[in-house]
Design a protein around this ligand. Structure first.
Ligand code: ZN
Length: 306
């Protein structure tokens, strides 16, 4: 199964009012579990590799594994660089065969964010790779406690979003409407009216970061207002850790038993998300309607990036 254009994949989700899960990959066990869940439910899926995690695994080993897993999968898969911090990061991911890159300068002034995002978009689009940017600021870090926030929320404004999307040409936009990265005490309060205005202003798939900890009802309302990609990592990480704590005996059967049981815990949660977000059963339509990434015309063109 080929890697598909992430723009096409998200366009399909946006038009049909469901969301594709972008699940954080940090080990081979997470990778296998996510692909297995997507195959079990015939769902398109996005593998998210976050730059903030590159200190914890070897990107040059895990990224090719993600590409190999995507090519072998029986469902359409996109591979995405999450929170890329520079043009160089985007270039590295594109060279590896990723189908999407996020450039995150949302902590910088509007004009600076716009300029770097446009540079990344020019580079990525030349290789048929989709671009996500963030406007407004979603605080916190993946897998961390959101009580220790070092930055305040900065909510996305619909009028700025309109200008930003028009001037950068991004394919999807991460918005700040009340979610945080990491785990939070209590359910966050989400600003749906703001989200609806942004959706109307930009008309492209919207992305939610900090999907962990939201209720089923909150997810439904987000999707009804244009969210077509949901980033999900902290809950998977917490489940894996909790699973080990709850089953102190699994280690007795060796490391392999521990790995297997983590894969099962992650797979079950990814499947729950797929059912809830409506991406299950969509694989065939997505494949039919989305260009494969390696279709010649749109294959990552290494020459284009030097
Ligand atoms: Zn994020």
């Amino acid at each position: 199964m080929p890697l598909v254009h992430m723009k096409d994949m998200l366009g399909h989700a946006y038009r049909h009012a469901y969301a594709v899960g972008a699940f954080g990959v940090v080990t081979l066990d997470f990778l296998e579990a996510i692909i297995k869940a997507a195959e079990n439910y015939r769902a398109p899926v996005i593998l998210n590799l976050a730059e903030s995690h590159f200190d914890y695994y070897d990107f040059d080993l895990l990224a090719p594994a993600a590409v190999a897993a995507a090519r072998r999968a029986r469902v359409p898969v996109a591979i995405h660089l999450d929170h890329g911090r520079s043009l160089e990061s985007a270039e590295r991911a594109i060279r590896c065969g990723f189908s999407g890159v996020m450039v995150d300068c949302s902590d910088q002034p509007f004009e600076d964010n716009l300029r770097l995002t446009r540079e990344v978009a020019t580079l990525a689009h030349a290789s048929g790779v989709a671009v996500e940017a963030e406007l407004g600021y979603v605080p916190g870090g993946e897998g961390e406690n959101a009580e220790n926030l070092s930055h305040e929320f900065e909510y996305t404004s619909h009028s700025e979003a309109r200008v930003f999307v028009a001037r950068t040409g991004v394919d999807c936009l991460a918005v700040s409407i009340g979610t945080v990265h990491g785990r939070m005490k209590g359910a966050p309060r989400l600003d749906y009216a703001r989200l609806a205005k942004i959706n109307e202003a930009v008309g492209i798939p919207l992305v939610i970061h900090g999907g962990s900890g939201l209720s089923d009802e909150q997810f439904r309302k987000l999707i009804a207002n244009g969210v077509a990609k949901i980033n999900y990592y902290t809950a998977l990480s917490d489940l894996a850790v909790q699973h080990i704590r709850d089953n102190p005996g699994i280690g007795d059967n060796g490391y392999m038993a521990l790995k297997r049981s983590i894969r099962e815990a992650v797979r079950a949660e990814v499947e729950r998300c797929i059912r809830l977000w409506g991406s299950g059963g969509r694989a065939a339509e997505v494949l039919e309607q989305c260009r494969p990434l390696n279709d010649g015309k749109a294959s990552p063109d290494i020459r284009a990036i030097g």
